[in-house]
Design a binder for this molecule. Sequence first.
Ligand SMILES: Nc1ncnc2c1ncn2[C@@H]1O[C@H](COP(=O)(O)OP(=O)(O)O)[C@@H](O)[C@H]1O
Ligand SMILES: [Mg+2]
Length: 385
Amino acid sequence: MTAISLSAIKKSFGTTSVLNGINLDITDGEFLTLVGPSGCGKSTLLRILAGLEAPSSGEVVIGGQTVNAVRPARRNLAMVFQSYALYPHLTVLQNMMTPLKLRDLSLAGRLPLLGPVLARGQYRAIVEQVRETAEILKIDHLLDRKPGQLSGGQRQRAALGRAMVRKPVAFLMDEPLSNLDAALRIHMRSELAELHRSLKTTFVYVTHDQAEALTMSDRMAVMMDGEILQLGAPHTVYNDPQDIRVAEFVGAPRINLLPGSLDNNGCARCGEIVLSRTAAKGVVGSVSIGLRPEHLSLCDKGTPEALSGQVVHKENLGADIYLHVSVLNGSQRLVVRVSPHEGQGASFGQTVHIVREHGQALVFGKDGKRLDLKNADDGKVAEVA
Ligand SMILES: Nc1ncnc2c1ncn2[C@@H]1O[C@H](COP(=O)(O)OP(=O)(O)O)[C@@H](O)[C@H]1O
Ligand SMILES: [Mg+2]
């Protein structure tokens, strides 16, 4: 079931076009990530969804209802910002109670500044609701503390808790982990994914960090220059990027790209590497051959299709070693992921031989679109411009 639907969303600030016609259907209960480099329009799209920004054109539909003219507060979405925006002078309990108090007071038609106007029963119900939420987030022992007395991760959870108490249709999060240190950020990834599983509420999550998108999402939308280049499950986006920009953006270390060309038989070639059935026969032109570091390995001299080169840098990460190897007469550099065992002998300046894992190359045409066929056995060939 579609929870949120964005159609043909365009946005310009003055003469600058920031979103160029975004179409996106978000399924009820899914964890959807908008990921892309800084400035590509992620926050603008999220703010349009939240109602904090109006689209120049296009339609926002939530729960089957067009909400373009609906105020942010009435969209029943919970926005969690990068800065936690907790009130520093209030305890966690008071912070988390605020949205419910405001709701009940506004329902009663009263302004919150007019003093203690909540009935005692109402107050108790709110405290109970906050306690339940705090238990889910494992911060129930921190309810009497003020934000200044919390760690970064605890503050993060308190801010989430404050958003959760209203039981929103969806959570919108804009780079919520970017203020945390590296270790906590990685820890919070699994906490958020776990939280999503237990809440079963729709999450729309914005990040520039492809690792966050890969590890947490049900689906990720890779954005660049105001467009969605590809939308899909993380493993599909990683293994089957349809555009060279997606292939380069997703994956660390980056995919290796070698310049190649198509021969008359539709084979892509670069040095010793030959990839058969890349394009239709008779289609010629230059291509880029993408090889992920984990799909390359060291081999013996004389292995068919091997590329030879010199080790120019060795990155030792403990569990893995990334060898940077200068190939094709020094014109290109490949990063090869090897095990510590495999890489222990390879030292700076040494000549090594590299072979690719069969069936794992990606070929992109001049326009950056994917050319090769993962399952070429069906006899179909790609159309090449
Ligand atoms: N209120 C604004 N006025 C003018 N330009 C803006 C405004 N908000 C965002 N932009 C521009 O729109 C582009 C996309 O911004 P943003 O959506 O914040 O990108 P992201 O979140 O992907 O980093 C940027 O070039 C930014 O400078
Ligand atoms: Mg942003």
